[in-house]
Write a protein that binds this ligand. Structure first.
Ligand SMILES: [Zn+2]
Length: 354
């Protein structure tokens, strides 16, 4: 497919990614700060039996910020000049990241900068203040397990240097020291109490879904990455960097698919949405059932149960590929190659051109 300007829409595909990711160690997803404790974000989930449970939440808005930053840095590394004036939350509305991930431009930077924006259809328009809709949607993120966050103290037991002596915390000595420095009343009481700083952490499994739509299959000459490549790259890099503070990191969970351990990931590339979506109900709290559900749904394409890691559905007259599904190892391999700018086995995404 060379200069396909006859019908630009013909080259716009959709790409969906479904995965179950595992917090590889305790993670913190910031929410509110109570006195001396950072709480993690929890959501209330109704169960089939009428009870309501609380589950940790890897919020898609946080995932989105991490994904977007990963992409900005990579494009800078690749020598993209436009992204240099783009940031979060100050999106520029003019670079490849904004074209794909959307932008909100509230003011125009100077009047002499005569720039243009290009929408997904490739048409050019004036760069006016306004918004560009995102074509990558992040969803999911409710934990499978009901977990009570673990609370950890983030500072070691307090100690002071009093009169040249280093010692363990001692209320009376601290009080005396503070009084000698003129501290009195409530302030004296407050400052002489130990105030260890605590933080909640969660672990567990999270089902994640990304839906990217109307992606241009071929890389623009002036771009450093194609749109499907940008989605693949930001998806893979996000899990290494997720979590506020430290530690960070999650990874795609593995389980047995078609008789061997494989990552729980499904990637669809398509014009027609023919695959059953491997989504886990938020009310499901059993890890084993959730994984079985994910795999069962992953295998259903075009209304039939399949037994392959790679499924292609095409139409005959004329021969057009409508839908491709990659499962497990095949899906991960496909995404890694796509993210790296290498050729993939997809028939819908064009090979990268230099
Ligand atoms: Zn931008």
């Amino acid at each position: 497919m060379s200069e396909a300007n006859k019908n630009a829409n013909k080259n716009l595909i959709h790409m969906d990614i479904y995965a179950i990711v595992e917090a590889t160690q305790e993670l913190y997803f910031g929410n509110v700060k109570d006195l001396n404790i950072n709480r993690v974000e929890l959501v209330s989930v109704p169960k089939d039996d009428g009870t309501v449970v609380q589950k940790p939440y890897m919020s898609p808005t946080k995932v989105r910020g991490v994904a977007r930053r990963a992409l900005l840095w990579e494009l800078v590394r690749l020598g993209d000049q436009k992204v240099l004036s783009c940031g979060i939350p100050a999106t520029c509305g003019n670079c490849d990241v904004c074209r794909l991930y959307g932008a909100l431009v509230t003011t125009q930077k100077g009047t002499k900068a005569k720039t243009t924006k290009i929408d997904s259809q490739g048409t050019e328009g004036e760069n006016l203040a306004g918004s560009i809709a995102s074509r990558v949607i992040q969803a999911g993120g409710v934990a499978i397990q009901e977990l009570t966050p673990a609370i950890k103290q983030r500072l070691s037991s307090p100690f002071y240097v009093v009169n040249g002596k280093i010692g363990q915390y001692n209320v009376e000595e601290i009080k005396k020291m503070l009084q000698e420095r003129g501290v009195t009343g409530d302030t004296l009481n407050r400052l002489s109490q130990p105030m260890p700083y605590e933080k909640e952490y969660v672990t567990g499994l999270f089902s994640i879904y990304w839906h990217a739509y109307y992606l241009e299959t071929s890389k623009k000459k002036e771009s450093k990455m194609s749109e499907p490549q940008m989605v693949a790259f930001s998806f893979l890099e996000t899990w290494k960097r997720i979590g506020a503070g430290h530690p960070k990191g999650a990874e795609i969970k593995e389980a047995e698919i078609l008789g061997k351990p494989q990552p729980l990931i499904v990637v669809d590339v398509y014009y027609k949405p023919l695959g059953k979506r491997p989504i886990i109900s938020v009310s499901e709290s059993n890890e084993k059932t959730a994984i079985e559900t994910f795999i069962r749904k992953a295998m259903i394409v075009n209304g039939k149960k399949n037994t392959e890691n790679r499924i292609t559905i095409s139409e005959n007259e004329p021969k057009v590929i409508l839908f491709e599904r990659f499962i497990g190892d095949t899906a991960e391999d496909f995404l890694r190659k796509l993210a790296s700018g290498l050729d993939t086995t997809s028939n819908l995404i064009e090979p990268q051109k230099k």
